[in-house]
Unconditional design. Structure first.
Length: 72
């Protein structure tokens, strides 16, 4: 079980580092500040743009943090 714990700890540390970096830049970690997430559908690679559910399309870290706290 030590191996799986090590992987889990590494993954959690990597996520925390990403969140801290995005917070310092002030951008949403889900969409990287774009405000939307492209949706790729199967065979045709048809791209639709939808507002990011994390920041509600603003691309800001503050909005992402507020939405994340509300969902917990």
């Amino acid at each position: 079980m030590g191996f799986f714990n090590a992987i889990s700890n590494w993954k959690a540390a990597k996520y925390e580092k990403k969140i801290a970096e995005m917070q310092s830049q002030g951008i949403c970690p889900d969409c990287y500040g774009r405000g939307f997430n492209p949706l790729l559908l199967h065979e045709f690679l048809y791209t639709n743009l939808y507002d990011c559910p994390g920041c509600n399309g603003s691309g800001l870290f503050a909005d992402w943090a507020q939405a994340t706290q509300a969902s917990e």
